[in-house]
Design a protein. Sequence first.
Length: 148
Amino acid sequence: MNSDKSEVALFGTRQGLRQSNIPASVNIAASNVAVSDTLKILGVTLDVLLTYSNHINTVVRACNYHIRALCHLCPCLSLDVAKTMAASIVGLQIDYCNALLYGAGQSVFSKLQRVQNNLEHVICNVGRRLHTQLICCVTSTGYQSVIV
C-alpha cells in the first residue's frame, strides 16, 4: 500500500471529535497513514464534520471560473446555444453528487443559488443589479421570462 496516496479521516460531531483521542497517523498494512481533516473521494471533498463546506467552495470556484469564460462567449452565441453550454458545463458541476447535500445548511444552498443567479445574468446579458426574478431574456420571437 502506498501511504502517500492513502488518506484516513475520523468523522463525527464536534463534541465527539473533541472528546476522542485522534491519533496523528494510523498503521494500515505496515504503512503509517496520516489522519487528515478532509478527504477527497470521486471529486467530493468530505470534512470531518460532514458540513461539505470545502466541497461547496470548490464547486463554486470552478463554476465561477466557467461562468467568467462563458461571459466572453455569450455575446457571440444565440440564447439557445448559451443555455445549452451553461447547462452542460456549469449545471453538471452543481448537480454532481448533490444527493449528499440532503440536510445541509441554508448557507450551502445560498452559495449554489448565487452561482445559478450569476449564470443567469451572464446568459441573459443583463447587469448584476437587476433582480433575478425580473430578468427577461430577448429571443428572436420576443421576450422570454426567466424566473428562478
